[in-house]
Design a protein. Structure first.
Length: 121
């Protein structure tokens, strides 16, 4: 019986070539879109999961006003880390994405140079 189904399907595929082409292209496009969306969602959901303390890792964002427009940024003021660690016992440690101090790095062709530039007081 299964052989009859395959024979019938093959005959219909050969008889209606244009519809077969449209159906196959639609199926291929749909499966490709599904695979790409699945890979994107999996990548987004696995962000920072490699870290052993991923469930205890947070990022502090800052929201501010520029005129009448609300600006959201992934940056906060430099003293936010030490202040939160001092004021909240739940904060175990902190780190900065961009270190704000008197130490700056410059790129010279072929090497990275760290330069100490004391702030003007």
């Amino acid at each position: 019986m299964f052989k009859n189904y395959l024979t019938l399907a093959w005959r219909n595929l050969k008889k209606h070539k244009f519809y077969t082409l449209v159906n196959m292209l639609g199926l291929a496009l749909g499966l490709t879109a599904f695979i790409y969306i699945f890979m994107y969602v999996e990548d987004e959901l696995s962000y920072d999961k490699y870290h052993p303390f991923a469930e205890r890792t947070y990022r502090v964002d800052a929201d501010g006003l520029l005129g009448d427009q609300v600006i959201s940024t992934a940056q906060a003021g430099a003293p936010i880390g030490p202040t939160m660690k001092a004021d909240f016992p739940e904060v175990e440690a902190f780190c900065r994405f961009r270190f704000s101090s008197d130490l700056h790095c410059l790129y010279r062709p072929g090497r990275l140079v760290y330069v100490y530039c004391p702030a003007a007081k």
